[in-house]
Design a protein around this ligand. Structure first.
Ligand SMILES: Nc1ncnc2c1ncn2[C@@H]1O[C@H](COP(=O)(O)OP(=O)(O)OP(=O)(O)O)[C@@H](O)[C@H]1O
Ligand SMILES: [Mg+2]
Length: 312
């Protein structure tokens, strides 16, 4: 089966970038069809650059990238017919109302009017936009504008959807609605490439994930595979006092409010849990979160200073 997106040794250097530093370097990855693929990384990691190259908005400097088997350099038209994109920054058509902007987008994509009307109605309903359908896009709040854009793209019949931070700026309820719409699109066997700074979102939606840092792929795989690849796949928190040097023998220890957080391996996690319970301490134990994995691999949390700030 053709993969939805296939990148091989992809490199991008923006014109005029200092000392030829690359926004993407030797990036090789494969997005399978019909799944949600999460792309995570700090500010400036290269996520948008990747999405824009795949969506044929930006030329790569070298390397290869195909979308549904079509080369981004030579077959732009074939690709554009089969993709839809929520860009990170966008200016939707301000002089239309919400319903018109979705409907016109679908018409422009070649859907016949009854089908476009039906899909528009369903998408507005799905993202709770029905009550705003007559509101001019120019008068929407930022979050509602973002939702309208998501509605356009999720209502489309495109086979591959690129969603670059689709839920940034959305309230928690609207975020969940977009999640549901993404899941629905994926059940229709469409491919979704999702970039996000919300690691819970990446984890909740993605079948596979790629962690990018400074334009390079650091880690790739299903959430379970990512867990299997880190040094310590388990996290144990112990409330109360516990001799620190003893804790250190189990793995990596840090102090938290009222106790300790220990990253460790499975057998050690069980042993530590047993010892802590014997001491009458409260504890929790579970697999590491995507947040923990991110910290372990990048050495910084996703919110911590961006790549650029870090350089200056
Ligand atoms: N148009 C451009 N011209 C020059 N450099 C750019 C341009 N767009 C992005 N860059 C640089 O390329 C690198 C990657 O940026 P990119 O926007 O792809 O990151 P990102 O992972 O999407 O970040 P964010 O999470 O902030 O959206 C950064 O160093 C950025 O400064
Ligand atoms: Mg970006």
């Amino acid at each position: 089966m053709t993969s939805a997106v296939l990148a091989k040794d992809l490199r991008k250097v923006y014109p005029g970038s200092p000392s030829g530093s690359a926004a993407l370097e030797k990036l090789t990855l494969e997005v399978p069809t019909g799944r949600v693929y999460g792309l995570i990384g700090r500010n400036g990691a290269g996520k948008t650059t990747f999405v824009r190259i795949a969506a044929t908005q930006l030329e790569p400097t070298s390397g290869e990238l195909t979308v549904l088997g079509h080369d981004v350099r030579r077959e732009e038209r074939a690709i554009r017919a089969r993709i839809a994109c929520v860009p990170q920054e966008s200016r939707p058509l301000y002089f239309l109302n919400v319903e018109e902007v979705v409907y016109l987008y679908l018409k422009l994509r070649g859907l016949d009017p009854p089908e476009a009307r039906r899909r528009t109605r369903d998408a507005l309903e799905e993202l709770s936009l029905t009550e705003y359908r007559r509101r001019m896009v120019s008068r929407l709040s930022g979050g509602l504008r973002r939702r309208t854009l998501c509605a356009m793209v999720l209502a489309s019949d495109a086979d591959v959807l690129f969603l670059d931070e689709p839920t940034t700026g959305l309230d928690p309820l609207a975020r969940r609605e977009v999640w549901e719409a993404i899941r629905r699109a994926s059940r229709e066997n469409r491919t979704i490439v999702l970039t996000t700074h919300y690691l819970d979102e990446a984890e909740a939606l993605s079948t596979r994930l790629a962690l990018v840092e400074r334009g390079r792929l650091m880690l790739e795989g299903s959430p379970a595979e990512l867990r299997a690849r880190v040094r310590y796949p388990y996290r144990v928190t112990v409330q109360g006092s516990y001799p620190r040097d003893e804790l250190e023998s189990y793995g990596q220890v840090s102090e938290i409010e009222g106790g300790y957080l220990v990253f460790t391996r499975e057998a050690e996690a069980r042993e530590l849990a047993k010892r802590a319970l014997e001491r009458g301490l409260r504890l929790s134990m579970g697999p590491v979160s995507l947040e923990d994995i991110f910290l372990d691999v990048v050495g910084k949390s996703i919110e911590e200073n961006s790549v650029e700030e870090a350089e200056s």
